[in-house]
Each structure stands twice: as structure tokens, then as C-alpha cells.
Design a protein around this ligand. Structure first.
Ligand SMILES: C[S@@+](CC[C@H](N)C(=O)[O-])C[C@H]1O[C@@H](n2cnc3c(N)ncnc32)[C@H](O)[C@@H]1O
Length: 358
């Protein structure tokens, strides 16, 4: 967009002092954030909202030595464009309210849930997403709910091109994955970090429904020496998990296992784990006996994900967990956290319980 330049007073310093002067200008409330600094001949010129007063110049020179002042033409920063702004004028006005306010971006692939009346305009919406998010290469629309053992959904290309395989970055980790072949949700990013931050050096972890590895790999990167068995029954999840272990340099700390979680535990992972992660909310309750078998005899932590409804989803999740643990012949020693992870429908939530099991 051709934005014309604007004359502004400036403070100029040598490049190596740029971050310090920026701090001082912010403290003084002098920095004009609407314009881009200018870099020339080893100097950085910072645009100001007004000419600095005498005492402000003294503060700057006291903290930074000699500074250069003057006026120059600065280029305004482009305001980030919003999806609705891009669509207004091309989408019928009565449909504007239906345009989703948010969508998922996994690597360079965007995934959007389109309400029925917007389907005839899907390529318009897809192109608008690409205009707003320059890094998005392909836009897919959700074609149905997540279903089946592998927790996948139909995805329909609506704009852009290229494969559904992408590389996603989360908390400093790299995840290669195919959004059409494996489950991955950037909406779980906080959960991945929350659980990983509890893991301590030396722990043995069982990630029962590991997908492409976001819990185990982050835990191993953060805690260092751990042994995380990352199990998934989907061969594609295993395929990418194995690659991600190498990409994130956690070989030997995260062990990918292609198996049903019950079979994996019963054929060799009994009584080993300090911590079990159960991120399969629609079915995790069916695996509580297996999770208890995987825990060490002295006990350990279970991160239990489930779906629960109003009026008290947290209480419902706690009850399901306590009953399952009880049936397995163990008991809940302490509940360390219960939280709603996200809404999944009217009056229904994904809930997580962190429980210490004896
Ligand atoms: C909701 S996804 C979670 C993936 C991952 N934990 C994450 O946060 O992205 C659940 C995963 O469990 C796997 N799964 C389903 N049933 C399983 C089973 N019986 N044993 C092992 N994995 C299973 C699916 O293939 C899917 O990758």
C-alpha cells in the first residue's frame, strides 16, 4: 500500500545503542510508534511524537552520550489489515457477521470453520485470509467434526496451493505434520506448555495419545534428561513423531511407539511411569485402568483430559477420574489442578485434571 511519508523530529544514535535509546524514549513517552525508524550510515533515527524538551535531551545524553537530533521524513507503519476489512465490499453485507473472528494457523496452512451460508463465497474468504496473513500458503475449510480413532476431520481446500504437510513451530519446538493425516491443534499450545513445565529431570513419562509429540518433545526439551514413551496408534502420527524427535534433537529422551496405548503398556510399560498424559478427551476415561498400570507402584501424576458439560464440568471430570482410578484399585491422593481447556459446544467443555495418584 503506498503510504506517504511524514516529517517527524528524531533522535539518532549509533546502531549498537539502538535498543538502549529505544528503552529511554519509551520511558520518556517520546517514541512515535506509528512510523518506522530509519537506518542510514551506521545510525538509527527514531521518530518522535514531538521535539524533546531540554531536560529530556539531558536525560538522553546522560544515558547514551551524544545523540543526534533533527527532522526527517519517516514511512508510516502499515496497520495490520483485518479479515473483515478485506472482505467488506466483496462479500454481501448481510453475511459479514457470519465471518469467523478466528481460525487456526498450523505452519503455513490456515484452517477455518465456515458457516453454511459462506460456502458459496469460500474462495473469497480463503483469499482474504491469505491477504491478511502473508505466511499462509493454503487455506482449508473444516468439512465436518473430528471423528474416528485417529481424531481426524475432512478438510476442503478453498484457497492457495501445495501439500497439506507443513512445519509448525510451538514454544521453540518444530513439528512437521500433515494436517489431513494427523491430529494437531494450535489451541492446545498452552496445555502443551503447562504440562511440560511440571516435568522434572529424571522422570519417566507415558504420553498415551502422543500425536506428533507436542507434550513429550517439549517436556524433553525443557526438562532435559527424561524418558518419554510417546505412543500413538495412527501410523502417520508415528511417522511424523519419529521425524520430530530427530528435528528437535531429543533422540533417546523421547521414544516413539506405534501401538494402541493399552497394548503398549501391557506389553512392556507397566509400573514405570512417574507421569501419564492422557490427551484423548472423548475416550481417556476408558484407559484409566491402563494409565494406573503404567504408574509406578508408589504412584505418580495423571493429566486426564475429558469432555464434560454444564452445570459443573469440573466436578463431572473429577468424578469420572476418581471413579476410574478407584476401579483400577488405586486412589487419588491430591488434585493439583482442574481447568476448562476450551469450549467444544454449547455448555460443553474440554476439561483437564492434574491428579496425584497413590
Ligand atoms: C486428541 S489427539 C492428541 C494428540 C496430541 N497429544 C496433541 O496434543 O496434539 C489424540 C491422539 O490419540 C491417538 N489415539 C487414539 N486412540 C488411541 C489408542 N487406543 N492408543 C494410542 N493412541 C490413540 C490418535 O491417533 C490421536 O493422534
Amino acid at each position: 500500500m503506498g503510504l506517504s511519508s511524514m516529517e517527524r523530529p528524531y533522535v539518532g544514535v549509533r546502531r549498537e545503542l539502538a535498543s538502549r535509546v529505544l528503552r529511554v524514549l519509551k520511558e520518556l513517552g517520546l517514541l512515535d510508534r506509528s512510523c518506522r525508524p530509519i537506518r542510514k550510515e551506521g545510525l538509527v533515527l527514531f521518530p518522535l511524537v514531538r521535539e524533546p524538551h531540554e531536560d529530556e535531551l539531558e536525560v538522553l545524553e546522560e544515558k547514551l552520550g551524544r545523540v543526534e537530533v533533527g527532522t526527517a521524513d519517516f514511512r508510516p507503519r502499515e496497520k495490520p489489515r483485518r479479515l473483515l476489512d478485506v472482505l467488506s465490499g466483496s462479500l454481501p453485507g448481510e453475511l459479514m457477521d457470519l465471518v469467523p473472528r478466528s481460525f487456526d494457523v498450523v505452519g503455513d496452512v490456515a484452517i477455518i470453520e465456515l458457516p453454511e451460508p459462506l460456502w458459496p463465497y469460500r474462495s473469497l474468504v480463503g483469499s482474504a485470509i491469505m491477504a491478511v496473513h502473508k505466511k499462509v500458503r493454503l487455506v482449508l475449510a473444516k468439512g465436518g467434526p473430528v471423528s474416528g480413532e485417529f481424531r481426524l476431520r475432512e478438510l476442503v481446500p478453498i484457497a492457495g496451493s501445495g501439500p497439506t504437510e507443513t512445519v509448525h513451530r510451538e514454544h521453540g519446538c518444530i513439528f512437521r505434520l500433515d494436517v489431513a493425516k494427523v491430529y494437531f491443534s494450535p489451541r492446545l499450545s498452552f496445555e502443551h506448555a503447562r504440562v511440560a513445565s511440571q516435568v522434572r529431570k529424571g522422570e519417566v513419562i507415558l504420553d498415551m495419545f502422543a500425536g506428533v509429540g507436542p507434550f513429550s518433545i517439549l517436556a524433553a526439551k525443557r526438562a532435559g534428561v527424561v524418558l518419554a514413551y510417546a505412543v500413538d496408534v495412527n501410523p502417520w502420527a508415528f511417522h511424523y513423531l519419529a521425524q520430530n524427535v530427530v528435528l528437535n534433537k531429543v533422540r533417546g529422551y523421547v521414544v516413539p511407539v506405534l501401538s494402541d496405548a493399552s497394548e503398549a503398556v501391557r506389553s512392556g510399560l507397566k509400573g514405570l511411569a512417574n507421569r501419564v498424559i492422557m490427551n484423548l478427551p472423548e475416550k481417556a476415561h476408558e484407559f484409566l485402568d491402563v494409565a494406573c498400570e503404567a504408574l509406578r507402584p508408589e504412584g505418580g501424576m495423571i493429566h486426564f483430559y475429558t469432555f464434560a458439560g454444564a452445570p459443573e464440568p469440573e466436578q463431572e471430570a473429577l468424578r469420572v477420574l476418581e471413579e476410574g482410578v478407584g476401579r483400577a484399585g488405586r486412589s487419588v491422593r491430591q488434585i493439583l489442578a482442574v481447568r476448562r481447556v476450551r469450549a467444544i459446544g454449547p455448555f460443553r467443555w474440554q476439561v483437564v485434571v492434574d491428579a496425584e495418584v497413590a
